[in-house]
Design a protein around this ligand. Structure first.
Ligand code: FE2
Length: 285
């Protein structure tokens, strides 16, 4: 059984997006720093409302999925389909843009701490033009369990307990088969997790730090850096001396051409031009 190693570290860099929200972007900060099918990973973390109050006023997407996960804070999603969703501490939102969605993502708080993540997962060519859909995942829908060495919350796929038992999360059955875990590890704890061979995988420590252990080596992964893993069937993590909060995210790669223009991600230039024409004509969504 092959244990995965760290093959690349992508430090997050400060960026501004939406109407001036301050973020840290790791995956997707440039085209060469994607990890098929992941297009982007943003972390937003601030106690200062000036960093987030402007939010993300109405904007379009086509061709992929956006996943938002909130550790702390309140956001409201509204879209052209008439959906209104309240994203609150510990909750998530899984939005499939498909052929098109126009939505806003605005903070519901005027002060206090906001801490969360958004990542983008590409859709296969066969699903890029399917109807948009959207799902709010309430904090109570996300299983949170004590495990040996810490706790786990399971948003997508299933946590493998290693004894034949699994803890499934609320998101299942997507063609990229994503696994999305939020692990909180005790100081110095060692945790091993099965990962589907052939799926791409990365880690993102958002509190504390950890090491990826393989073949007698312990490769350190600092806070707020995306750690891309080699192929294999398992990953072994060792939390640093202050413990660690880390996202483990994996999915089946698509192996298709990616042509991106801002919030539109398609397979060809022509399809991007079509998306722009549709948006200008008001027929994107
Ligand atoms: Fe958006």
């Amino acid at each position: 059984m092959t244990t995965r190693r760290l093959t690349r570290i992508i430090p997050s860099i400060p960026v501004s997006d939406g109407a001036g929200v301050k973020l840290r972007r790791s995956i997707g900060q440039s085209q060469g720093l994607r990890l098929d099918p992941f297009l982007m990973l943003d972390e937003f973390a601030s106690d200062n409302p000036d960093d987030y109050i402007a939010g993300f006023p109405p904007h379009p997407h086509r061709g992929f999925e956006t996943v938002t996960y909130m550790l702390e804070g309140d956001f409201q999603h509204q879209d052209h389909l008439g959906n209104t969703g309240h994203l609150r501490s510990g909750g998530a939102q899984w939005m499939t843009a498909g052929r098109g969605i126009i939505h806003s993502e605005m903070p519901l708080q005027q002060s206090g701490r906001l801490h969360g993540f958004q990542f983008w997962i590409n859709l296969p060519a066969s699903e890029k033009m399917k109807p948009a859909s959207y799902r709010d995942i309430e904090p109570e829908e996300i299983p949170e369990r004590r495990i040996d060495g810490g706790r786990v919350r399971v948003i997508a796929g299933a946590f493998d307990c290693g004894d034949g038992q699994a803890i499934p999360g609320p998101i299942q059955g997507l063609s990229t088969a994503p696994l999305f875990l939020d692990l909180r590890l005790d100081a110095g704890a060692r945790v091993s997790q099965r990962i589907e061979a052939g799926h791409n995988a990365f880690l993102y420590p958002y509190a504390g730090s950890l090491s990826v252990v393989a073949g007698g080596d312990a490769q350190p992964l600092p806070n707020r850096q995306a750690g891309v893993l080699s192929d294999g069937e398992r990953v072994e993590l060792e939390a640093g001396p202050d413990g660690c909060g880390v996202l483990l995210i994996t999915a089946r790669p698509l192996g298709e051409p990616v042509v991106q223009y801002g919030p539109f991600v398609m397979n060809t230039r022509e399809e991007i031009e079509q998306a722009l024409d549709d948006y200008r004509a008001g027929t994107l969504a």
